[in-house]
Design a protein around this ligand. Structure first.
Ligand SMILES: O=C(O)CCC(=O)C(=O)O
Length: 207
């Protein structure tokens, strides 16, 4: 496993999860998706559909709706609470987050076809002192990250299956996104595509 620091506050562990761990996690994710199916969120205001499909695990799920972004405890289609996070993800957070409290949201992004994610900040959380930890599974993706202003310089690098990225501290509010996914570059996910699991602490823990 190689540990890289592409910028202040950004750490990238190449192939932090080996193939067996990735396969086990994909099976766990698929079982949970049977309970909390992928759906296509809508952009605030315009209501335009995302190219990415999403679901969530954990006590809080991140939602994008015509009314805005928010965290909520239930799936917007089924109305049921989000399923608990797989233990392997909690263990990953404990190993890499360098933060003493559990994550509350695992946002699951499914990229198929031309799906991508525009540059954005993760800023709907109260606990901005906690980092964002993100795991890539399946097809390779070109990830772009810049600074805390939309128009500033950016860098990009390929995220491959098993890679884990953490951004926090000076990079916690960095603009980031996915330029493109290289279809067919991995055989990990049945049906193809890329799954990204993004772990975040949402609320500030009681003192
Ligand atoms: O798919 C990725 O690697 C990035 C996902 C992301 O930026 C997000 O969900 O906020």
């Amino acid at each position: 496993m190689v540990r890289l620091e592409p910028g202040p506050g950004i750490v990238l562990w190449r192939e932090r999860l080996d193939r067996a761990a990735q396969t086990a996690l994909v099976a766990a994710v698929r079982a949970l998706v049977a309970e909390a199916p992928f759906y296509r969120p809508q952009m605030p205001k315009s209501g335009a559909p995302f190219s990415v499909e999403e679901t969530n695990f954990g006590p809080l799920g991140w939602l994008s709706e015509p009314g805005g972004y928010r965290y909520g405890a239930t799936h917007p289609v089924t109305g049921k609470p989000w399923p608990a996070m797989p233990p392997a993800l909690l263990a990953l957070w404990q190993a890499v987050a360098d933060y003493p409290h559990e994550p509350e949201c695992c946002l699951v992004n499914l990229y198929r076809g031309e799906a991508r994610m525009g540059l954005h900040q993760d800023r709907d959380e109260e606990a901005l002192e906690a980092p964002v930890v993100s795991l890539s599974l399946g097809d390779n993706a070109r990830f772009r990250i810049g600074g805390t202003t939309r128009k500033g310089p950016t860098q990009s690098f390929l995220l491959q299956s098993g890679d884990v990225l953490r951004f926090g501290g000076p990079a916690r509010l960095a603009f980031h996104g996915i330029d493109k996914v290289v279809a067919g570059s991995s055989t990990l996910i049945p049906g193809g595509g890329r799954i990204n699991l993004t772990l975040r602490r949402v609320t500030r823990p009681a003192a």
